[in-house]
Design a protein around this ligand. Structure first.
Ligand SMILES: Cc1ncc(COP(=O)(O)O)c(C=O)c1O
Length: 481
């Protein structure tokens, strides 16, 4: 795999010089779903400071303790902590390779959230009655600029799970209507759809997406093969959760809309991981989250609703302000900018999160996306080599998280107790201090599914951490006998 190209932006960050590059269409750069916006190139290894380079200078050392295959504890050389990790408050004894699941919020953003909370508590009445609305306007303004859509078409809520459910509840399905999804969608969506199948009589049609996969075209072809005159809605991830594949959502939206079918793009993983331009994709709906790759505090979800779908689109619960007609403010905004008494400080910190992440490298979002993608690809090479597996997905279908297949545990070890989903994850944490999810793709209905590891790359990660993961996986898999 090629890892010797990269933007100048991280190098520029290290040198303090501004990076060059063409001005992007949105702050993420150009090109739908592209993790690599335009930028000049230098060596990624030099840029990342592969071993003790500038990324590590000034960083503290992280004490990493692992255990040998025999089970005896072995103290390993401390891992260098990348310079960028000072922006986060992650436990330095952890090798944290799971940014994708819950994000991790920079200290500056958490401070901004704390200030908002303090402001609210100095005068809750003023804050919730008067200040909240313009603050929510500011959030939508910032987000709209980032996603290439009008702020007036964005609704804010706690998370992507609520946002997806809100869309489903607002669509007038009839018994027999078909909702087409892929088998790689997030479990909460599958659960919600199962409930709808049982209670509303809709039919859920699931396209099987292969993993390993050759190209995004396979996803489009498999979906199109299942379209019928009863297909009412298609729901697809922009980046799938456990399998970490970028789907060709612009093509999917175009093809489906030509057939008169609305598409919901589940972009929980895309803003902040890849370029998103809703003006170009033009789905009926897009769902996103602010606590994953935008690195905001936990509890930030949002959705885009195309203007022609907004007139009947109401929240799951109507607030005590929903009936208050205001000539200059749409019902859509009135509904979604206040959904009852709550702590809105996470949502309101999103502009600070966007500004903070953008400021970490002089090239802004373009530089960060490129950096994280290239780090993930270098990590993929290291871990795939350690496991002796071929990368299951073309590089063009990947952002900054990677899923690799793992060998199956022998039957007598498959139901070991775990705090997570697989005891291997517990072992990686307890014996190697590595935080990384181990999951199964397409398990259930009697199928065991494919065992996988999914790791992420964020500015606070280093190549050494993927080397450690590769070694730790080899040790722990060898113990599974
Ligand atoms: C593709 C996808 N959709 C939706 C969600 C749900 O996000 P949240 O937990 O923020 O509601 C996730 C969470 O990981 C996800 O991966």
């Amino acid at each position: 795999m090629i890892i010797n190209t990269a933007s100048s932006t991280t190098a520029a960050a290290l040198s303090g010089q501004p990076a060059q590059g063409r001005s992007p269409a949105t702050p993420f750069g150009r090109g739908e779903g592209s993790p690599l916006p335009d930028a000049p190139e230098i060596s990624v290894l030099a840029r990342l400071g592969l071993r003790g380079g500038p990324m590590q200078s000034g960083g503290a050392a992280s004490p990493v303790v692992a255990q040998a295959a025999s089970g005896s504890a072995v103290a390993q050389a401390p891992l260098p902590v990348p310079h960028a990790s000072r922006h986060w408050q992650l436990n330095e004894s952890l090798v944290y390779l799971n940014h994708a699941q819950y994000g991790a919020t920079p200290v500056r953003v958490l401070r901004a959230q704390a200030e908002l909370r303090e402001r609210m508590e100095r005068d809750p009445t003023r804050f919730l009655k008067v200040d909240l609305e313009p603050l929510m306007d500011g959030v939508r303004e910032k987000l709209g600029g980032l996603l290439g859509c009008s702020p007036a078409d964005l609704g804010l809520m706690r998370n992507a799970t609520y946002a997806l459910c809100t869309i489903l509840r607002n669509t007038p399905f009839k018994p027999g209507d078909e909702i087409l999804v892929t088998d790689q969608e997030y479990p909460s969506l599958h659960n919600e759809l199962e409930r709808m199948q049982a209670t509303q009589g809709v039919k859920v049609v699931k396209a099987t997406i292969p993993f390993p996969i050759r190209s995004g075209q396979v996803v489009l072809d498999r979906l199109l093969a299942l379209v019928t005159p009863r297909t009412k809605m298609v729901i697809v991830s922009h980046i799938t959760s456990a399998s970490a594949m970028i789907y060709p959502v612009a093509s999917i939206v175009r093809e489906m809309q030509e057939r008169g079918i609305d598409v919901v793009v589940d972009g929980a993983h895309s803003p902040g991981q890849i370029h998103v331009d809703l003006g170009a994709i033009r789905p009926a709906y897009f769902v996103g989250s602010g606590h994953k790759w935008l690195s905001g505090p936990k509890g930030i979800g949002f959705f885009y609703c195309r203007p022609d779908r907004q007139h009947l689109f109401r929240p799951l619960a109507l607030s005590g302000r929903a009936h208050k007609v205001r000539p200059n403010r749409s019902l859509f905004l009135r509904d979604y900018d206040y959904q009852g008494t709550d702590d809105y400080s996470a949502l309101l910190s999103l502009p600070t999160a966007i500004d903070t992440m953008q400021s970490l490298l002089p090239g802004g979002w373009s530089a960060l996306l490129r950096h994280n993608h290239e780090l993930a690809m270098a990590g993929r090479e290291i871990v795939a080599n350690a496991l002796g597996v071929e990368p299951p997905c073309p590089t063009g279908m990947l952002g900054s998280m990677v899923t690799l297949p793992l060998p199956e545990a022998p039957p007598h070890l498959r139901n070991r107790p775990t705090c997570y989903d697989d005891a291997l994850q517990d072992a990686l944490l307890e014996r190697h201090r590595i935080v990384v999810p181990i999951w199964r793709l397409n398990a259930g209905d009697g199928a065991l599914g494919l065992r996988v590891v999914r790791f992420s790359a964020q500015l606070y990660n280093t190549l050494e951490q993927y080397e450690l993961l590769g070694r730790a996986l080899k040790i722990e898999l060898a113990r599974e006998v």
